[in-house]
Design a protein around this ligand. Sequence first.
Ligand SMILES: C[S@@+](CC[C@H](N)C(=O)[O-])C[C@H]1O[C@@H](n2cnc3c(N)ncnc32)[C@H](O)[C@@H]1O
Length: 210
Amino acid sequence: MLKFVHQAIRDIRTTGSVFPSSRRLARAMTSSLREHRGEKRILEVGPGTGAFTEEILDAMRGHDALDIVEVNPVFCEHLEHRLLKPFRARHSSMSIRLHISSIEQATLDGGYDFVICGLPFNNFPLVLTQSIFARMLTLLRDGGELIYFEYPGMRTMKRPFVGADGREHIRNFKAFARMTAKTHRVTRELVVANFPPAHAVRLTKRQRSP
Ligand SMILES: C[S@@+](CC[C@H](N)C(=O)[O-])C[C@H]1O[C@@H](n2cnc3c(N)ncnc32)[C@H](O)[C@@H]1O
């Protein structure tokens, strides 16, 4: 917790929140992994201190594989020592790889069944959000799930405090979210036991028509 708060104070733009996500939000973000039958390939983007990673590791079985992409080396070191190294020692059949990189630049194979994303889209310019979404969808197999979270009402609350450019940004972001929901199947689960309360958003990638 202290490590997270310290990094948030140093760089609020990429960390995006002052507190890590709660266990309840982590459970909602990873419920599909526990329901999945058969081997799974998972990508986690922006794990921070590992709130979602712990639940992902807990849901892994057999020869499942996990790639993790985190841009902040301090979080990477923490994750490696606290969670990943001990997990690898106990589960040698599973592949667990940590990439110290931004998702825009990481070298990844693709074809994932699940992408679990903890990125702070509220803080990102729209073009960056759009290009990161496009990258994550490319890395996901058809029928796979991209799961991310949003703080409901955050943009609406910001509206009175931002200028004309900010309001245009909010409008464009909402249009982008509507377009994404038309192209793919999107469902939301509200998690009140998080600070602030959050939606776990589950997007199922639509198969391309032949
Ligand atoms: C809001 S924190 C979420 C941490 C954790 N998933 C949670 O919910 O508590 C966002 C994380 O994304 C990382 N991050 C931000 N931009 C990134 C990018 N472009 N590529 C990979 N990681 C990024 C930050 O360093 C930070 O660890």
